[in-house]
Design a protein around this ligand. Structure first.
Ligand code: ACO
Length: 436
């Protein structure tokens, strides 16, 4: 295939199959990235493309988040993550991601009001919580309960997608996912449910519902609130990752917002994706308990006996900018709380060893967002089994924005990939008595 950009005004790629040459348009994104448009490929050539794991496949055009994995750049709606991390809040970023621009004061107040108005889950949802065993993983509860919520709002998709109704549903989902998450934690600990308070802001309310007691409010430390808010903000979107692609796939069938988000939670759960934040702490704890300084683990990772969790990324071939921000925030928070964490020391030693080791250098493996996020969540007091849930709460605006993008695109089609069949060719049914 050759690129003949220089010779034509609309650049094309040439593909030769069986001596016949086909021209495929090359599309250019706003940041200069290029994609060969193969939407007519099968109709023209009878061939499909094969790209296991989709590493070379653009599944959609999107205007939400930009990543340059080579340079370590991440921007929400064009704004660098570093600027947002320093100046913004999770709720403001949620608005930015969903609606495309930073909100005016009035828009922000309205959005915050909507979040407060819809923060209570339906009281009957409490009966659903009672059905789960205390040992249930909170991610299982979260996905089930998000889906169950849709039962309480039967008009979710009535009459098709509607922007006004969507605004309420989006606020309801962002707000209630936090309430459901806190309730599922209380349930797992056998603790009474604590309801949200209207006076509290988003992240304050989450900490309140997690840690207050009926007769004693959890003391909100502004440093802790800010650290958790930063974690949510840094997770708010990350273009077409496994869970977001799942949300888009479900949305493409015109399923409702809650069903699509519940599917996203399931996809996020796995240790190669959002579940890595829990797996990182388990790995660091094991290294600590084994008395290893990290050297043995690095060797085991290089010989593929172990995997250095929180390292490597499909898109980043450079330092994940979110990991850099969280690493500094970890140092700042532990200093402000006047405490230390031996797992942070191990993490830093592992990073130091890995970034100077040929195995990791050649494969461009750097810390990703999950490498340090668990340390900061530990410092905030979030229990280990809730780490991936925090990721899910943070990612909700991104999923909602991607859902909205699908619904508002009149040309969007159902996501339905093809396959290269490698099974048995035609054979015939044999009755059971003749099968031997
Ligand atoms: N430790 C050791 N080796 C690794 C690691 C790692 N963490 N990650 C990748 N490699 C190696 C692979 O073994 C492979 O080596 P090879 O070329 O000798 O076969 C090479 O690097 C390329 O790795 P792939 O698995 O092909 O990369 P892929 O893009 O498919 O996977 C992934 C990316 C899943 C993130 C992977 O790096 C990984 O498993 N990391 C650990 C889990 C993790 O931190 N996940 C969170 C990702 S961020 C997120 O989802 C929020």
């Amino acid at each position: 295939m050759s690129n003949s950009e220089a010779t034509t005004s609309s650049p094309v790629a040439r593909l030769e199959i069986d001596g016949k040459v086909y021209e495929l348009p090359i599309r250019r994104g706003t940041e200069g990235e290029r994609a060969i448009d193969i939407s007519q490929l099968r109709a023209l050539t009878g061939c499909i493309t094969l790209d296991d794991g989709y590493a070379n496949t653009g599944s959609c055009q999107s205007a939400i988040t930009f990543i340059d994995g080579e340079k370590g750049i991440l921007r929400y709606r064009g704004i660098p993550i570093e600027e947002l991390a320093e100046h913004s809040t999770f709720v403001e970023c949620a608005y930015l991601i969903i609606y495309g621009n930073l909100p005016t004061q009035r828009q922000l107040s309205r959005f915050s009001e909507l979040l407060s108005d819809h923060q209570m889950v339906h009281e009957d949802m409490k009966y659903h919580f009672e059905g789960f065993p205390a040992t249930a993983h909170p991610m299982a509860i979260l996905s089930s309960m998000i889906n169950a919520s849709s039962c309480f709002y039967p008009g979710l998709m009535a009459g098709g997608y509607n922007p006004e109704r969507f605004e309420i549903q989006a606020a309801r989902l962002i707000s209630q996912v936090r309430t459901i998450a806190a309730f599922s934690y209380r349930k797992s600990r056998g603790l009474p449910i604590i309801y949200p308070k209207r006076a509290y802001k988003y992240t304050q309310n989450f900490l309140h519902m997690m840690f207050s007691m009926p007769n004693e409010d959890y003391p909100l430390d502004p440093e802790v609130v800010r650290a958790l808010d930063l974690v949510l903000l840094l997770h708010a979107d990350h273009e077409q990752n496994c869970s977001t692609a799942t949300v888009r796939t479900v949305a493409s069938s015109r399923a409702n917002l809650f069903a699509s988000a519940a599917a996203g939670v399931c996809a996020l759960w796995g240790p190669l994706h959002g579940g890595a934040n829990q797996a990182v702490i388990e790995m660091l704890q094991a290294i600590h308990d084994e008395g290893d300084d990290g050297t043995k683990f690095i060797e085991a990772a290089k010989s593929k006996k172990r995997r250095l969790m929180g390292f490597g990324h499909r898109v980043y071939k450079n330092y994940d900018p979110r990991a850099r921000i969280i690493k500094k925030a970890c140092d700042d928070l532990l200093a402000k709380l006047n405490t230390t964490d031996p797992l942070l020391d191990i993490a830093k030693r592992l990073e130091e060893a890995a970034i100077h080791d040929d195995y990791f250098i050649e494969r461009k493996l750097y810390p990703n967002v999950d490498f340090y996020s668990g340390i900061i969540m530990r410092a905030v007091g979030i229990p280990l089994e809730m780490f991936t849930v925090i990721f899910a709460i943070g990612r909700m605006p991104g999923w909602i924005a991607n859902y909205k993008e699908i619904m508002e695109n009149s040309e969007s089609r159902i996501y339905r990939p093809r396959q290269l069949y490698i099974g048995q060719t035609l054979r015939h049914y044999v009755p059971v008595e003749e099968r031997g």
